[in-house]
Design a protein around this ligand. Structure first.
Ligand code: AMP
Ligand code: ZN
Length: 467
């Protein structure tokens, strides 16, 4: 079945046809590893996972690169402010490389908790300085870049068209441009591809332009080209990348190879909080750990993301995420009931029809809310049958909600630590039973059950579980 994907470049849904038979080549703008990734960031990587798994489910092999930015991402996308890595290094009194390793390790741990597949190639910016330098040299040679006393800039006026991805008019960009940081810039909207390091900049390399470091936009252009070639299939990122980062990646590639580097550009909308953007600079972010403390598992957050299409904004509230946690447990319970049931000779065409509807949903620009609707229909089937469990497992190749381990998630959920007052009643009840004080034992059982816990007396003793 045909996969269709929305392309920001053409502003329409397009039939996906890979450029090469061997593999679909994808580049994803990865995290800047200067702080904990928040759940907004993870919405972007959950979307990336949906894309990967949808393509794989359709039989494609992937060659997917994701970068880790560990130098050169300034506080503002418009060449202003401090390098985020260096700011973090000063804040934490550590080496920027230590900072990068610390946050990258946590990022991958969290990717694992979300069951997000790791791209085939992880490219760290500081491991690719020579490739980046050659890219800048080519830009200068082709007449698309020039040197000032502060940086090497890309000369936007040399392009036939800029911008190509966003709807912003160049006039708006000039009007919106902040304080001019370098008076030697030819056009206010030229951007730095390579930056000369001020005395106190820690991360810097010898280059034909003195001690300096790469600009964030250039990093992605150089690394995508190294692994995926001049033109690859899909480039992904967040909507915030459209007006500057991706626009500038396209400009750089056109200056170097004459081509737009990817055929399809896909962008995930923002996760919001209280109706506004969730971002580190606004200090309104949550991490997966903070969700977990409130009883929301990483996989429940993943399911929460499936409540909206990736191209629409999604508003986060703890109440709605807690409802998704309950929904995830209901889905697990439904799976277990089917899993424990015998085969019921369900007609093959019924199973096939669910599979087709699911495929149609995911192949239609990754329509996860629609796909989940079909999953719920299967889960809620009145007839409990092993066939439905097998089908859910098959579809979980795309959803990646780890349904096969449903039973153990439900068991751990029930074995949560008992609150102090319940624990006290449990201890009292044990004593009452030892003393054969059945009236007291029954009274305590009632109290514990009223508090929402189920008491079971077995040969091994008493067990108390959450209802
Ligand atoms: P950063 O580490 O800040 O470069 O961001 C990593 C990724 O997270 C990028 O793809 C951003 O577009 C994306 N991102 C940042 N904030 C949000 C948000 N609130 N919702 C969805 N994606 C986001
Ligand atoms: Zn990028």
């Amino acid at each position: 079945m045909q996969v269709t994907l929305y392309n920001t470049l053409t502003k329409k849904k397009e039939d996906f046809v890979p450029l090469q038979k061997e593999a679909v080549r994808i580049y994803t703008c990865g995290p800047t590893v200067y702080s904990y990734a928040h759940i907004g960031n993870f919405r972007a990587y959950i979307f990336m996972d949906n894309l990967r798994r949808t393509l794989e489910y359709n039989g494609y092999t992937l060659k997917h690169v994701m970068n880790l930015t560990d130098v050169g991402h300034l506080e503002s996308d418009a060449d202003e402010g401090e390098d985020k890595m260096e700011k973090a290094a000063r804040r934490e009194n550590k080496d920027p490389y230590e900072i990068a390793k610390f946050y990258a390790d946590i990022f991958f741990r969290d990717m694992g908790r979300l069951h997000i597949e790791k791209p085939e190639i992880i490219a760290k910016a500081t491991d690719h300085i020579p490739e980046m330098m050659s890219f800048v040299e080519e830009l200068i040679k082709n007449g698309y870049a020039y040197e000032t006393s502060r940086a090497i800039y890309f000369d936007i006026s040399k392009l036939d068209k800029y911008p190509v991805l966003s709807n912003r008019k160049l006039d708006d960009q000039i009007a919106g441009a902040r304080v001019e940081v370098d008076p030697e810039k030819r056009n206010p909207y030229d951007f730095a591809v390579w930056i000369k390091a001020p005395e106190n900049h820690i991360m810097k390399w010898e280059s034909p332009w003195g001690l300096s470091y790469p600009g964030w936009h250039l990093e992605c252009s150089a690394m995508s080209r190294k692994y995926l070639g001049d033109v690859f299939d899909i480039h992904t990122g967040g909507v915030d990348h459209i007006p500057t980062h991706h626009e500038n990646e396209i400009a750089q590639s056109k200056g170097c190879t004459g081509k737009i580097p990817a055929k399809i550009w896909m962008h995930v909308e923002f996760l919001q909080v209280d109706g506004g953007k969730m971002s580190k600079s606004l200090e309104n972010t949550y991490t997966l750990d903070q969700l977990q403390e409130k009883g929301i598992e990483p996989l429940a957050y993943k399911l929460f993301c499936y409540t909206a299409h990736y191209r629409t904004k999604l508003n986060f509230t703890f109440d709605s995420a807690l409802s998704t946690q309950k929904a995830l447990n209901r889905l697990r319970e439904a799976y277990v009931k089917h899993e424990e049931a015998p085969k019921m000779k369900i007609e093959e065409n019924k199973i096939q029809s669910y599979k087709e509807r699911f495929l149609e949903a995911i192949n239609d620009d990754l329509n996860m809310p629609l796909a989940m609707g079909i999953v719920w229909e299967i889960a809620r089937n009145e007839i409990k049958a092993k066939e439905w469990a097998d089908l859910l497992l098959e579809l979980d190749k795309v959803l990646a909600l780890d349904l096969k381990n449903s039973k153990s998630y439900l068991e751990t959920e029930k074995k949560v630590e008992l609150p102090e007052e319940i624990q006290k009643m449990v201890e009292e009840r044990k004593i009452a039973r030892q003393n054969k004080d059945w009236a007291k034992s029954d009274e305590l059982r009632e109290k514990i059950e009223q508090a929402g816990y189920h008491v079971k007396d077995t040969k091994e003793g008493m067990t108390v579980e959450k209802f």
